[in-house]
Write a protein that binds this ligand. Structure first.
Ligand code: NAP
Length: 477
């Protein structure tokens, strides 16, 4: 007798937790995994919830166990695995059966799959989820994309398995085709930047101020009571306080400084470049992870160029660092939401901008107190860069000096702070009335006759060098 409301294909870290979450919320769910041992393991650890989980030995069995019209979640690695799973499922499904890709797909892939599904007259959703294993189990933030009616069909399940913020589910439909996966990608880009800013503050404390990991932990814990209150600051305090089991030393001190990544940060940067919506703090964060991976080069560089220990300006205080993080975080949100706004316009999605900030308030990795004010600012002044919105302008006024002081002191002491420095450069550019792009335009006109606008008139103009061979060589580059 088919009786499951929904099925999950892929019971890795996320799929297994999501299955338990669905069952915990009263739904009967079918579970399938390529390696059957994971299904057995899930059933063994499910306890009481096992009665609502139907273990399946094949995709065919999973399909047969589902109520019609069927709903199937894919929780497998992004890319070709998703296509392979769709190909395996499609012949077994009816036209009105719904496939929901809840992995971290590249939104271009989701658009392509959504288009193919649309042409075949089949429903398809691309849904981003955030919150790691704990979120998947107890309430993630859920960002949906695809036909509205398909979202509505499973919203009663997604709303209750999602995190809850003061009675509101942290699950929302973002728009057609790849909108959900795009928002999830930018979420991850902001996550990279948020993490890098915190790591740089830790670096200034550790290497510039000579603080032990436990002392850094106290600072993070204190910051988590203020404007910076967030999951990432909270866990930074916890990891800094933790001790390594085998050596008894601070756990942070035995962890190699080589960071991993799975690609969503990089995708954010690529899309920002394609859309012409700059996200330099996120770029710096992705670049920092790449630099961290080039350990052999860094060791060579350190041995060649850094004979002396760095000294940090004695005047720099913990309070300056806190201000630097506050300002950096605002600027990183400003960039992320500007990118979302640009994508919304270019892809015709009408992304619910304040709604995005709202569903990020709980369940996801970047959840933070500041997202409340972000949602309010986006609602009050739609399309305005957050750093220019009233609430955040006042906060920037209070904190930008700390960002400047920290970035300059760290750089003078040769401490790498790429994200803090990028945040400061972004702010200085955003608030610069006359940049040096007039020089760029002149250069472009000189070598390529591209023309430029004048400050005192309309239309395209050329400079006095145009058509002249100023130095005896061609002016055409
Ligand atoms: N981990 C996170 O914090 C997180 C957060 C949000 C989103 N995500 C996304 O969620 C998705 C799943 O992530 P995860 O962390 O759960 O991954 P995972 O622990 O590595 O699990 C991957 C699952 O996919 C299955 N799989 C892998 N290759 C397959 C193939 N060729 N054919 C069929 N099944 C295959 C695996 O089955 P076997 O057991 O047979 O290998 C396993 O069940 C990914 O897109 C990931 O980016 C992850």
């Amino acid at each position: 007798m088919p009786e499951s409301e929904i099925g999950v294909v892929g019971l890795g870290t996320m799929g297994a937790m999501l299955t338990l979450n669905i069952a915990d919320n009263g739904f009967r769910v079918s579970a399938y995994n390529r390696t059957h041992a994971r299904v057995t393991e899930l059933m063994e650890t499910a306890g009481n919830l096992a009665r609502r989980i139907a273990p399946c030995k094949s995709v065919e069995a999973l399909v047969q166990s589902l109520k019609r019209p069927r709903n199937v979640i894919l929780m497998v690695p992004a890319g070709s695995v998703v296509d392979a799973q769709i190909d395996a499922l499609q012949p077994l499904l009816d036209d009105d059966d719904l496939i929901i890709d809840m992995g971290n797909a590249n939104f271009h892939d989701t658009r392509r799959r959504a288009q193919a599904a649309h042409e075949a007259g089949r429903p398809y959703l691309g849904v981003g989820i955030s919150g790691g294993a704990e979120g998947a189990r107890f309430g993630p933030s859920i960002m949906g994309g695809g036909p509205r009616e398909s979202w509505d069909r499973v919203a009663h399940i997604l709303d209750v398995i999602a995190a809850d913020h003061e009675g509101q589910p942290c699950a929302r439909w973002m728009g057609e085709d790849g909108a959900g996966h795009f928002v999830k990608t930018v979420h991850n880009g902001i996550e990279y930047a948020d993490m890098q800013l915190i790591a740089e503050a830790y670096g200034v404390m550790r290497d510039g101020m000579g603080m032990a990991a436990e002392e850094c932990a106290e600072v993070f814990t204190r910051w988590n009571d203020g404007v910076l209150k967030s999951y990432l600051v909270e866990i930074s305090g916890k990891v800094a306080a933790a001790r390594d089991d085998s050596t008894g030393t601070p756990a942070l001190d035995v962890i190699l400084d080589r960071a991993g990544q799975k690609g969503t940060g990089r995708w954010t940067v690529i899309e920002s470049q394609m859309l012409g919506a700059p996200v330099p703090v996120i770029e710096a964060a992705v670049g920092a992870r790449n630099m961290s991976a080039m350990r052999h080069l860094r060791l060579q560089g350190a041995s060649l160029y850094r004979p002396n220990a760095c000294r940090l300006d004695d005047g720099l205080e913990i309070q300056d660092l806190e201000q630097a993080l506050i300002a950096g975080k605002i600027l990183c949100y400003a960039q992320g939401f500007d990118l979302l706004y640009k994508a919304s316009t270019d892809f015709g999605w009408s992304l619910p901008m304040p709604g995005i900030a709202e569903i990020w308030r709980e369940g996801c990795i970047i959840r933070s107190a500041m997202l409340n004010d972000t949602a309010a600012a986006l609602r009050e002044a739609p399309g305005t860069n957050l750093a220019l919105a009233d609430h955040f302008r006042a906060l920037m006024d209070k904190n930008v000096d700390g960002l400047r002081k920290t970035a300059l002191a760290a750089q003078a002491a040769r401490l790498p702070v790429p994200a803090l420095a990028a945040a400061l450069a972004y702010f200085d550019t955003l608030t610069c009335e006359r940049t040096t792009a007039n020089m760029l335009q002149a250069q472009r006109d000189y070598f390529g006759a591209h023309g430029f606008e004048r400050i005192d008139g309309e239309g395209a103009h050329h400079g006095p060098w145009h058509g002249h061979d100023l130095d005896g060589n061609s002016t055409q580059g």
